[in-house]
Design a protein around this ligand. Structure first.
Ligand code: FAD
Length: 288
């Protein structure tokens, strides 16, 4: 089995302790030679400055390629594009362009009066500058809003037509879910890379809640397995085994790239990568 190319997602720290955890996570995973690492942009645009600072610090001190997440929430078009320009000026020209989720407590996304109305408008505007590598979200399990709008496959095609270069998927539990989505994308004429997003599960209660909120279907057997493992104090073992098996199935099905949602907890991601043959190549030496 050829080891996959990997990338890692982090979230920006909100305090000093969290900053250390983020940097420790970056250091722990950097030797696995990721294609890029990305930094999220808090729901409702709440971490705008924290995202900018984390992106700039990782870019400057780790030597890794960094992708900055950017959403349309709570900002005018010019404010959003100014943030993108700030990333570019700091040397970061990889962007994960998203519509974004509304702030906590607000049920639906409502565009800013002068803002981008959806991800397509943001992608088009970023693509027009010609400066960015643009990655976008994709949804193998239906996004909660897709039933009311367009199918996720059709919508993804429009994102690529608007100038996106690669899609990173929401997490899912069974490789078959990804393969069905990939086949549907093939049929729709999508020929750009779609990279599966993988969530190593450190905490089943949190992951379960997250899955329910974002439309990821939870198979009954996964629920049952975590319940049993929790009773036996074996949740860590189960999480490592499930994640490694999911990744192996994906690779056997032709997947060459994996994107890990690390939640700034590198251990499980690192263990799974090692099991897949992604082993340390370089040491992160350029630490400030
Ligand atoms: P879109 O893909 O634009 O929309 C989601 C679905 O809704 C579409 O597939 C389509 O079916 C339907 N839809 C949307 N608009 C329309 C329309 N106008 N007409 C018809 N159908 C429509 N959130 C954050 O806040 N910060 C982050 O950093 C962040 N990072 C993420 C990274 C990845 C890889 C992924 C997959 C998600 C991330 N999210 C993040 C979550 C994301 O913001 C939410 O899932 C959000 O609800 C949708 O954003 P999107 O750009 O993917 O939406």
């Amino acid at each position: 089995m050829t080891p996959p190319a990997v990338s890692f997602e982090f979230f920006p720290p909100k305090n000093l302790e969290a900053s250390f955890r983020l940097w420790d996570s970056v250091q722990a995973l950097a030797p696995l030679d990721p294609r890029f690492v990305s930094v999220t942009y808090g729901a409702g645009g709440t971490t705008r400055d924290l995202t900018r600072d984390a992106v700039a610090t990782i870019h400057k001190h780790s030597g890794l390629k960094v992708a900055a997440h950017l959403t349309c929430v709570n900002a005018s078009k010019s404010e959003t594009l100014a943030i993108a320009e700030g990333f570019a000026q700091a040397g970061v020209t990889d962007i994960v362009a998203l519509r974004g989720d509304p702030p906590k407590g607000e049920g639906r996304f409502t565009p800013h009066p002068d803002g981008f109305r959806d991800s397509l408008e943001l992608i088009e505007a970023l693509a027009e500058t010609g400066r960015f590598t643009i990655r976008v979200g994709a949804y193998p399990d239906p996004h909660p809003e897709s039933a009311a709008g367009m199918s996720d496959v059709e919508w993804l095609k429009r994102k690529f037509d608007a100038g996106a270069h690669e899609a990173l998927t929401q997490f899912f539990f069974e490789a078959e879910t990804f393969f069905r989505f990939r086949d549907a994308c093939d049929k729709a004429g999508i020929d750009k890379p779609i990279t599966p997003g993988v969530l190593p599960i450190e905490n089943w209660t949190g992951a379960r809640k997250f899955a329910l909120s974002c439309g990821t279907v939870i198979p009954q057997w996964v629920d049952d397995a975590f319940e049993t493992a929790a009773r036996d104090g074996r949740s860590d073992l189960l999480a490592t085994a499930l994640c490694t098996e999911l990744c192996s199935d994906l690779i056997e099905g032709g997947v060459e790239r994996l994107h890990f949602y690390t939640l700034n907890r590198p251990e499980l991601t690192r263990d799974v990568c090692h099991a897949l043959g992604v082993t340390p190549r370089a040491k992160l030496e350029n630490v400030a």
